[in-house]
Design a protein around this ligand. Sequence first.
Ligand code: PMV
Length: 324
Amino acid sequence: MSAIIARAHSNIALIKYWGKRAEGLKLPLNGSLSLTLDQLYTDTRVSTWQGRADRLMLNGQAAPPLAEARVQAFLTRMRQIWGLTGFLQVDSVNHVPTAAGLASSASAFAALALAASHFWGLNLGREDLSRLAREGSGSACRSVYGGFAEWLPGVSADGADSYAVALPYQLPVVMAVLVLQASAKKTPSGEGMARTVATSPLYPGWLETVQADLQTLKAALAAGDLQTVGETMEHNALAMHASALAARPAVLYWQPESVALIQHIWALRAEGHACWLTMDAGPNVKVLLPAGAEKTVEALRSHPAVQELILCRPGPAAHLLASE
Ligand code: PMV
């Protein structure tokens, strides 16, 4: 076998991961819950590389040094754990219908974990794969699965009990990713959460609220209660951003266009549309809504701040595409 190609989809957290108890192993301070999306994914091909270090190509071009270093560290960790040798060439292509900063480290590291583990003949179960992907990027541990997934934070120092599991719920929902006109200078998620944990007086409040939100949202998923899922998701995202805003210096991901859309979504809800928002470490807004709610989708798309609307259904688990 000379190459393996794997695909993993992005996931959006309904209950956010925000804060680590251990940096290197990417162990979280709280549990989180996500939906994997069909329209946003990464394809990653790994093959042998005869050079003196692993090499990363991103969307057909030599990757920036920082991105390549992160992949090299990840593969070096794999070599250490399983006693492997040899460097890899990694060709990673993000399939995102725009260049608007949606390329995600979650889909990238889930795809790399799957491709590299197969390339090296490791027969990893889903939980082992999830643990491994987590060390690349925390949220990647959830992209191993399709549909809804929960990341169990764990308590052990070695991360053995910190991985995601699939949640068997099927809700007729879609997620509209609203890509905004805004171009923002970004604080990377890792930096934003570290600063929040270290300096925000609201962080203890976040840890309390996220526990309760996780239980409420899981119960609502099990009951098929979309309204409670949506309300809890929105509250959780706003609480995360509030904790970040109280960091020193403040971490603010919102642009004026984000706020305009938040208010637009609230106005639509007041008119009877079922739609709830969430946001991550960037200015774009994601909206959860029932499948088939075309009028709501059009009302979102027609807002002047929306450059592009990507309508996503629940996506599949990470999977192999080819071995050559
Ligand atoms: O895994 P990271 O470092 O990309 O962090 C993800 C952080 C959030 O997107 C804000 C929340 C989440 O749970 O995905």
